[in-house]
Design a protein around this ligand. Sequence first.
Ligand SMILES: Nc1ncnc2c1ncn2[C@@H]1O[C@H](COP(=O)(O)OP(=O)(O)OP(=O)(O)O)[C@@H](O)[C@H]1O
Ligand SMILES: [Mg+2]
Length: 595
Amino acid sequence: MTRLSREPAISPPPAVARGSSSLIRLLPYLLPYRWRWVLMSIIALASTGATIVIPLMTRAVIDGPIRNQDQQGLWVLGAAAMGIGITEALLWFIRRWLVARATLGVEADIRKDLYARLQILPMSFHGRWQSGQLLSRVMNDLSAIRQFLSFGLLFLVLNLIQIVVVTAILLSMYWPLGVVVVVSVVPITLTVLHFQRKFTKLSRLSQDQAGHVATDVEEAALGMRVVKSFGREDYSFDRFDQKARALYDTEVNKVAVSAKFWTLLEVIPNITLILVLGFGAYAAGMGQVTLGTLVAFITMMLSLVWPIASLGFLLSMTQESFTAADRVADVFDATRDIHDGPIDDVPHGGRLELVDVGFRFPDTDAFALRHVSVTVEPGETLALVGSTGSGKSVLASLFSRLHDVSEGRILVDGIDVRDMSLTALRSAVATAFEDPTLFSMSVAENLRLGNPTATEEQLAEAIDVAAANFVYDLPFGLDTRIGEQGMSLSGGQRQRLSLARAILAKPAILVLDDTLSALDVHTEARVTEALERMLGDVTGVVVAHRASTVLLADRVALLEGGTITHVGTHAQLLADVPEYRYLLAADDDLAEAAL
Ligand SMILES: Nc1ncnc2c1ncn2[C@@H]1O[C@H](COP(=O)(O)OP(=O)(O)OP(=O)(O)O)[C@@H](O)[C@H]1O
Ligand SMILES: [Mg+2]
């Protein structure tokens, strides 16, 4: 089943507005880097201090040495100002260096946890969420959070401090002019707040849309064969184009909003500057302020423009990172409905018992399986036969708890699978799925997913049983990297690798979901023969459509309408159950031969 043939995934549920709380939950990630942060904050504070002190020194220079024509004083103060200037530059450099290391670390840590979370979330979660949405969360959103933590947060605090301190100094220097500056801060604040809200909405929208675009690109890459073979490149492009255009529109909108915002933020300080220059010149003429004070005042006031203007940008960055944190929290908060049980011992017996098992998918009313009861004894092999869509794969997925039963119980060696730890259960049950997914790594690595500690001999044996000897003919043998989704291998080759992977796991219970369907008769016969030997030792559940595969099994269970209607040997069912005969009709000749 390729991704494209699946029903379109439902978009993830929109996050409830949680504001800053999601981001606060991520703050513990800063803990390992706390000393860096403290150091960084001190340095940043010192450099802000330098920014404030320099105009004050200018004042001292103008009102002192320059006014008194004191050459020596000029040199001393000038050198001091230069020293502070150089120190400031150095401090900025150190801060940047510190910040980069700390916040890149935070980003990496959160990303790792997020990935770990994705690994343990249930199949139902992955069915609901588009992969692109996950991708954009793991990449874009985390980098937005990092940017905020690296300089957004710090500058927000520093700029606020700078604004408050400088305003206080301005007021104390010459209060009438100070008041003019303070008054101009009001419209700026209002502007910031107004645009803030607009920007927030747009930024959430664009982050979601970026997720849609990512999904599309990913599906296009995975489904390229399907698209090309149907000649639907244009259709596929149009679908992508729509989404890309929507993202583009939102981004352009964002720019328009922020352009208006910046314009206002430019205009207001300039008006203030004109007023201050006018009043200041007048006050200086009247002898109420010294020239040095006026120069320092204007320098300081101008030093406020950037912190105030960037406040808007910083607030939108804050907002963006809140949104990003919400989206990341969506993943962390997704309910994990399949939990570890207390029992850690790996069951070795392999007795599989289904007691009145019922299953329905979350959010659906109808049961996919109901009243399924059957027992497979250790060493026995049971074939599951049923028409397509009858629930064989769903039933197979219940054994290793990819889904949990909705009713009834599944017991392995007499223990409810829900009472076992997932690690223990999954070491006991290995499944080869009908859609054999391989990863873009070497053949050996793909196989070792089944058993990381497998020796070379075990690898060779599993390859032999699965009749996957073709791997030795690949350009680099077992070290050959296979493409994403195993694209460079044939369907049957992928099936055999997936089978070898399951065999390598040396499970007590081996589940084969139609694993031999893509093999030619002769290869199938080889695999069947080798499997038969192997299945003698383990408990097997084999989903089968063909009589040749059914012959692997000691008993056959017929799945109809979501329940097991008949259990018996192949011969018994063939003789007594017309539906069974009908399902395996094409293989009648072979069946006859087997009788
Ligand atoms: N994630 C899901 N959500 C809802 N319904 C699902 C989901 N996955 C499968 N189903 C439904 O469950 C039913 C059983 O599917 P299942 O894959 O078990 O069939 P199957 O017997 O393995 O068929 P096949 O022989 O074609 O592999 C089908 O009707 C299918 O549409
Ligand atoms: Mg199936």
